[in-house]
Design a protein. Structure first.
Length: 400
């Protein structure tokens, strides 16, 4: 059974880490089942986890993340029943939230060992470095991108393209790279072999370069902020150096300065309040004020389901948390926030207790996504959600 568990664990972790490459290739080559392979993979992972770890099923209730998944799921169902709207819209958004979470359950049941976890972490670095290299190539070749990706009045003269790699969006690419940059730092700080340390350094600079060229301010702030806080906990001197380096970089590189300063320009704020991000956030808050306890129901305001079924006229809510607040009210937001953040907090607490760097850098990757979710609907991206829940589960079962 141990050999079965090992191979099942490696298969699941391989599928999760290589998800963006597999998904892109599968769809690009028009292979059979290209629209359902991801669902099939998640179900297969759960089946493998259940077969191998069925004796641990009761242990799931000892994980607060699992318990609050049940709480948020219950709130979502109550909200649907209370609001009584199109079931398929509810099911669409419910699936987007909860199907990737099955990976958390599968990994808890599979309980991967140290060498399997190291395989996954190395795969994450390899995949995200590959995505970053493609993004860097796109920037160098000035691959055409949609005009709405750049503020035409403030940035068009200095930003001609944004890296998006094979994932279709600079913001989604940035989210992938947030995982990669955190894990590459782990190997950079812990590898003893000189060649491996050089490889880790190279991966870090490639992923960091790719992240910069996404021009995703949400990705920059989420990753930079998480790394800064993490290093302040680990070694405050490194944190101070990072602040100085970041400040010098912003001052020395005009294109980065333009992207950041434009965020607080009167022109950007005016556009944002006129049918832009701030406008959508305001409407989300107003919707929540009309339905404070249970919201208007999953799939009715701000997510892909609400757009597909005609409940929401805009592109995206641009905030997972405001999306959840509008659709499930304060009960939903509180239970959702606890659901997605408790594992990250527990992993960080392991670092504080044990001072083992693997916990620090896993938590940095998780907190980067949690912060980025304030300003982007990145949780709708299947690969982001799968890797988030995989890292959360790995942080929970890892014992070093």
């Amino acid at each position: 059974m141990e050999k079965t568990r090992k191979y099942a664990s490696l298969l699941v972790l391989f599928g999760i880490s290589f998800f963006p490459i597999i998904d892109y290739s599968w769809r690009k080559l028009h292979l059979p089942f290209s629209t359902i392979w991801d669902d099939t993979f998640v179900i297969l992972a759960l089946i493998l986890g259940t077969i191998v770890g069925y004796k641990k099923l009761k242990e799931l209730f000892s994980y607060p993340t699992f318990v609050f998944a049940l709480v948020f799921g219950s709130v979502s169902v109550f909200s649907f029943v209370f609001n009584n709207y199109l079931f398929i819209a509810f099911l669409h958004q419910f699936r987007l939230f909860f199907e990737p979470f099955l990976i958390f359950i599968a990994i808890i049941l599979l309980k991967p060992k140290k060498e399997e976890i190291k395989f996954y972490l190395k795969a994450i670095v390899f995949v995200t470095a590959t995505l970053a290299l493609i993004g860097i190539y796109q920037y160098i070749k000035k691959v055409p991108t949609p005009v709405q990706w750049v503020d035409q009045s403030l940035e068009s003269s200095s930003i001609h393209t944004r890296a998006f790699s094979i994932v279709g969006s600079p913001n989604i690419l940035a989210a992938y790279l947030e995982f990669g940059i955190a894990i590459s730092l782990f190997f950079l700080f812990t590898e003893q072999d000189f060649v491996r340390k050089v490889i880790a350094s190279l991966a870090f600079f490639i992923i960091g370069g790719g992240l910069l060229l996404t021009f995703s301010r949400g990705g920059w702030l989420a990753s930079g902020g998480s790394i800064l806080v993490g290093f302040m906990l680990f070694n405050p001197l490194i944190g101070i150096v990072l602040i100085v380096v970041a400040g010098i970089t912003i001052i020395a590189v005009p294109i980065l300065r333009v992207r950041i300063v434009s965020l607080i320009s009167p022109s950007y704020i005016q556009k944002s309040t006129n049918n832009g991000r701030l406008f959508r956030w305001e409407n989300g808050i107003l919707n929540a004020s009309d339905h404070p306890l249970l919201g208007s129901g999953l799939g009715t305001f701000g997510g892909s389901a609400s757009q597909k079924y005609g409940y929401f006229a805009h592109i995206s809510m641009d905030s997972v948390y405001l999306n959840v607040l509008a659709e499930t009210g304060w009960l939903g937001l509180i239970s959702f926030a606890l659901w997605v953040s408790l594992s990250a907090g527990r992993v960080l607490n392991k670092f504080i207790e044990k001072r083992n760097l693997i916990y620090l850098f896993i938590s940095i990757g998780l907190f980067s996504i949690l912060i980025h979710m304030f300003v982007e609907n990145i949780f709708d991206a299947w690969g982001i959600a799968l890797n988030f829940w995989a890292l959360s589960a790995i942080g929970e079962v890892l014992n070093e």
